[in-house]
Structure formats: structure tokens, C-alpha cells
Write a protein that binds this ligand. Sequence first.
Ligand SMILES: [Fe+2]
Ligand SMILES: [Fe+2]
Length: 331
Amino acid sequence: MQIDREGSAPNIFPGNWDVVTQELLKTYEAWFKQNWGPVELPWDELDRKNFDDSEAVAQAYWMAKLALFEKSGIGAFSLATLQAARYNMEDPTKKFLAGVTYDECRHDEICRRACNRLCPGFPYKFKPKNTLEEKALRNIQVLYDNGRRYWSAFEQVWQKYPLELIFSSFFFAEIGAQLIFKQVADKSRLSVYRQAFSNITKDESRHLAGTLALLERLASDMPKEQKLMITRQMKHGFIYLSPLLYRPMHEFWRLPDDFYEWDRKLEEIAADAGLGVPTLEEKSEKWYQAIQLHRKKLEDLGVPVPAIKEVGVDGVEISVKKGDNIVATPL
Ligand SMILES: [Fe+2]
Ligand SMILES: [Fe+2]
């Protein structure tokens, strides 16, 4: 157990109502104005009768893949909310993180509803009837299995790293999420997806504003070595998110040899059915743009960008070996 400055175990009481970072308060307040509900979307459009079997399972596949990252978001941000309260961080930090947790629930709910309409029971209680369905289910099971390794490492991180370091790395996933979900919204031909993903993009933009405000506040008193650790976590973040936002990177993901072949096939079928899944080239281009867009701000804060050659990003070389624990935050 970590011990706080006064030498006692951390506690949520007496708490505080301090507002130090105005930007965080503003971001938290924006949440109320931008509130939306997954129940209000035109779900009838995902009528099973409108799709053949492969189109149905392919869309459920992508939604179940997205759900892995939404679920890790629910876990990570709720744990972060609790830590922020235990370690007496300023009030809007706690409330902002709780808001993000709620958003992750609503994103996961979109995934649950889509799967439920298209492929009832997918992935947890689904019985495949052909090879495509088998491979779709197998891919998801394997991803979730890897997710267990991610989560165990994430829980241990709190004993290993300063709180400030963990909190200041939250922004990276949001950078990619904001642009790529906008792409999904723009490319989708079904309005249920267009609406869901433009709402998700709004959430992600808010997450990005808040997590960048956290970074800015925390990085100002940070030694150089810690800033380099943020760089390292950015690289980890890219690797962690790769099965969804790029293509799976084997430094972390232990997957069967034919994983990606089926993954691509399923993503293509989902795209043909009207779910705007971007191609590998489109994802890569968006990552590049997203990182370049924020590069100056990060460098001004003394946080170097890592080299991510896969998408053409130059920066500090960070070596990540196969089997290293990944310390990254989710969407
Ligand atoms: Fe999310
Ligand atoms: Fe997010």
C-alpha cells in the first residue's frame, strides 16, 4: 500500500473542492451540455433481416473488438478516479475522470447493443455455425485473453510509478481516438453508426482536452527522466491500441498466425455492410496527422514524441521488446 505525505494510508476524506486547473473544470462542465444517450439512437436500422450472416457477424466482430478498449477504459478510468480521490487531487480531476468512466460505459453500451441486435450472444454466448463465425469468435476470445495481461499490469502500475506520471499519460489514446472515431462516423452509411460515432467523437474530444490539461499541469514540475517515461508510455499506447487503430503489434499481442488475415476480412465485410471501419492506410494516415497536430504542444512541455515508424512518425527511439509489460491507457 502506498503511504501519503503525512505517513498514513491514503483516504478519500476529508476531500477538497479545490479548483486549480480551470481548463479541467471547463471540460467537466462541458460534459453536461454534451450529454447524450445510447438508447436514443435509431437501433431499428440494425435489423438482423437487413444483413446476411457474414455481414452480421462482421459488424458484431468490430464492435466486440472496440468493446475491449471501452472495457479497459471503464476499468482504468474508474481506478484513476478512485486514486485521484485517495491522493487528494484537485476536485475537477476526480469529476473529470468519473465523467470519462461514464462515457466509456456508454461506448461499451453501443457495442453491446449492436452485437445484441446483429448477432445475439456475441461474443460471450455465441455458437458459431461456419468458419467465418468461428474465426470471428476465436479472434475476440484471444484478444480478451490478452486483455487480461494488460489489466494485471495496469493494476500493478500504481505501486511502481508516481501518480503524476500515470495521470499525465492519459492523453495519448485520446489523440488517436478523436480522429479515428470521426472517420468511422464520416464513413458509416447507417445513421445509427453515424450518430453513435459522432457522439463518441464529441466525448473523445472532451477527453483529449481534459487529459491534455492534466498533462500540462503535471508536466510543469516533472524531471526530464519522467517526461521521457511519458514518451515511453505513448509508444506503449500505440502498441496497446494497435489491433483496433492500426494492426496488431506483436511486442504485446500474442495472437494466432491467421489472426490478422481474418481480422482484415471481417473488417472489410463490416465496411461493406455500412459500418465505417477505416482501412489500414486510413488509420495510419489519421495517427500520423493526430500526432503531428499535437507535437509542438508536447515538445514545448518537454515531452518528446516517440518514433512510430509504422505510421511515419519521427521521434525518440523507444525499444519495446516482445513480452514487455505494456503501461498504457485505453480509449
Ligand atoms: Fe471510449
Ligand atoms: Fe476517451
